[in-house]
Design a protein around this ligand. Structure first.
Ligand code: FAD
Ligand code: DHB
Length: 397
């Protein structure tokens, strides 16, 4: 089999790339190791930046998001017992974010791909990636299909959209990559509960017992995160412990209004910052979590993945339309500019809002001063808001 671009991974990066390339008339095949049920049920991120949502609307996969997504015009920040609203519309000239689950975005993209009758193969695990075979068409991907048969796809290019643990990054010789890796000394316990959100907007709280975040998926389902230790087992968090810990960490008032409902999903998310550069080796291009991880506090992981493939799709479109490699050559640098700024923001939010057991009294007061500066200065609030709703996309042709 052969195609123009072989896409490894059907997460937000791979599926959005496939859709953008289809719109540009470029043929692709998407290979996904997991089943369709598995990836449509995988609970992850939930906040779409202003421009991410605009992009999904523009490319025709936003109809359900327009109906079911929740528009958020601000967030609440809490430090101890002090709460403060960051008003996005006021601070960013009218921008907002959309709360809509990542797996809903994935479902919508899968539906569009299948409706177009295009190549998307589930339960097909990529086992080898050869970024340059030396002969036309240039590169090769090997995979095991859903019946266990080994197959090969020849492609002009490979897009490694296979997440943090996928084979694409590993196919690049280590000596070709610069790796930046930072692991934070805590994790998040994340849950979904049938419980009406206590607040119209997300609440990010720094409490002496640790970070808490109240988010939502709908008017009846809450998504809640609590800071916990890195090695914790969700089994040590029975439902009543989760609810009582949440009440303790929320400022008086909100805590009382929480409606305890059945918790139907629990998981632990580690907190890490990771970048590998460059995001390209010969005919292989990495996008999304395959190349970088941000800690989730800034709600950026999925948004960054989609920003990468927007740049990559434009570069492929230019190459296939005009034979020009300039945008492909610029791909990594173009993306890394946004990625580093997003790492900065995600680390800033993480350090602002978590309990660090190692902090001395001076560092604790500095953290409080950072919060007081935010709530007292329009310039500081504008900076947070501008980043949260999303920095402008890169200008490429
Ligand atoms: P992925 O969504 O990881 O997609 C990669 C795909 O490649 C997967 O479907 C995988 O099955 C497939 N794949 C892997 N190996 C192979 C192979 N050999 N062959 C074929 N296919 C393969 N971000 C936030 O902003 N907020 C959050 O709360 C949040 N929570 C998260 C919780 C968890 C447990 C994880 C893992 C991530 C979370 N993130 C969160 C980050 C966010 O979900 C990711 O940034 C986003 O999924 C990146 O999209 P992607 O398409 O690059 O990668
Ligand atoms: C959600 C996740 C985040 O990491 C975040 O910062 C805000 C919301 C969520 O899953 O709803």
């Amino acid at each position: 089999e052969r195609t123009r671009v072989a896409i490894v991974g059907a997460g937000p990066a791979g599926l959005t790339l496939a859709h953008l390339l289809h719109r540009a008339g470029i043929e692709t095949i998407v290979l996904e190791s997991r089943s369709r049920d598995y990836i449509e049920g995988r609970v992850r991120a939930g906040v779409l930046e202003h421009q991410t949502a605009q992009l999904l609307y523009e490319i025709g996969v936003g109809a359900r998001m327009r109906r079911e997504g929740l528009i958020h015009r601000g967030i609440e920040l809490q430090f101890g017992d002090t709460r403060h609203r960051i008003d996005f519309e006021d601070l960013t000239n009218g921008k907002s974010v959309v709360v809509y689950g990542q797996q809903e975005v994935v479902k919508d993209l899968i539906a569009a791909r299948l409706a177009d009758g295009l190549g998307l193969h589930f339960s097909c695990e990529v086992t080898a990636i050869d970024p340059e075979t030396g002969s036309a068409p240039g590169s090769r991907v090997r995979y095991r299909d859903d019946g266990g048969v080994e197959r090969t796809i020849e492609a002009d290019f490979i897009a490694g959209c296979d997440g943090f643990h996928g084979p694409a990054r590993a196919a690049i010789p280590a000596a070709e990559l610069n790796v930046y890796d930072h692991v934070f000394p805590f994790a998040w316990l994340g849950i979904l509960a049938t419980s009406p959100p206590v607040s119209e907007e997300l609440i990010y709280a720094n409490h002496e017992r640790g970070f808490a975040l109240i988010s939502m998926r709908s008017r009846t389902v809450s998504r809640i995160y609590l800071q916990c230790g890195v090695d914790e087992d969700p089994a040590t968090w029975p439902d009543d412990r989760i609810w009582s810990e949440l009440r303790l960490r929320l400022a008086a008032g909100v805590g009382k209004e929480i409606v305890e409902g059945p918790i139907f999903q629990k998981g632990i998310t580690p907190m890490r910052s990771y970048i590998c550069a460059p995001m390209r080796y010969r005919r292989l291009f990495l996008a999304g979590d395959a190349a970088h991880i941000v800690p989730p506090t800034g709600a950026k992981g999925m948004n960054l993945a989609i920003a990468d493939v927007r740049v990559l799709a434009r570069a492929f479109a230019r190459y296939f339309a005009a034979g020009s490699i300039d945008l492909l050559d610029a791909y990594s640098e173009t993306c890394l500019d946004r990625i580093w700024k997003t790492q900065r923001f995600s680390a800033f939010m993480t350090r602002l809002l978590h309990r660090y057991d190692t902090y001395d009294p001076f560092e604790r007061r500095l953290q409080r001063a950072e919060f007081d500066y935010l709530i007292g200065s329009r310039a500081a609030a504008e900076s947070l808001a501008e980043n949260y709703v999303g920095l402008p996309f890169a200008e490429t042709a």
